[in-house]
Ligand binder design. Structure first.
Ligand SMILES: Nc1ncnc2c1ncn2[C@@H]1O[C@H](COP(=O)(O)OP(=O)(O)OP(=O)(O)O)[C@@H](O)[C@H]1O
Ligand SMILES: Nc1ncnc2c1ncn2[C@@H]1O[C@H](COP(=O)(O)O)[C@@H](O)[C@H]1O
Length: 184
């Protein structure tokens, strides 16, 4: 069964690769960013609370994002496996996820650290053009990634769950490596 977490800086290709693999494997692609943007579009209570943080490139408070993850993991389709993209983004969230998976017999995940240099991700994101893809917000998201999310690399390496993949290759080359990893 595939249970995969994508780590990596904004623009490293997590969403692109997660979508391809999830379709291949017929398992859900769970993107906390997509769920938050949908909630913002619909102006749900969650979307209204999250929008200031998302638009500034700050992390949404743990409680909000953890509630949405807990709700998503209560749905039956996660029983056949899943790919998480954008969660966890802090050690506190990783601890929460471990407890959630233990409670739901969700099993241990493998973690792909998809890496790419800053100049590459900045130019990809400026071209992508999401509302939070202005150069100023991208630079802030990169700072947030370095200070709050990158510590998860050591966290998962220490737990022997981590594999690093070079995201600065063609999309096809990255997909091929990931397909190999999920068959291991
Ligand atoms: N290997 C690649 N080579 C070139 N461009 C890529 C590659 N992978 C993804 N892209 C493009 O880079 C942009 C960012 O990719 P994607 O949205 O998958 O990144 P992400 O890691 O999910 O970013 P974020 O965390 O900001 O949501 C997209 O426009 C995507 O089409
Ligand atoms: N796990 C998360 N914790 C806090 N904030 C999050 C989390 N996942 C997404 N966010 C917010 O949404 C935007 C966009 O996320 P992408 O994964 O880049 O789509 C992010 O900047 C946070 O504000």
């Amino acid at each position: 069964m595939t249970r995969l977490i994508f780590l990596g800086p904004p623009g490293s290709g997590k969403g692109t690769q997660a979508q391809i693999l999830a379709a291949d494997l017929n398992i859900p692609h769970i993107s906390t960013g997509d769920i938050l943007r949908h909630a913002m579009q619909e102006q749900t209570p969650l979307g209204i609370k999250a929008q200031g943080y998302v638009n500034r490139g700050d992390l949404v408070p743990d409680q909000l994002v953890q509630e949405l993850v807990e709700e998503r993991f209560s749905q039956p389709d996660v029983k056949s496996g899943w790919i998480l993209d954008g969660f966890p983004r802090k050690v506190t969230q990783a601890v929460f996820l471990e407890q959630l998976l233990a409670q739901t017999h969700g099993g241990e995940a493998r973690v792909v650290n998809l890496d790419a240099p800053d100049d590459v991700v900045v130019s990809r994101l400026v071209a992508r053009g999401r509302k939070d893809d202005t150069e100023e917000v991208i630079r802030h998201r990169l700072d947030v990634y370095r200070t709050q999310t990158a510590p998860l690399i050591d966290y998962y390496r220490d737990r022997q769950q981590l594999v690093t993949v070079n995201g600065h290759q063609s999309q096809e080359a990255v997909t091929e490596q990931l397909r190999h990893i999920v068959t291991l």
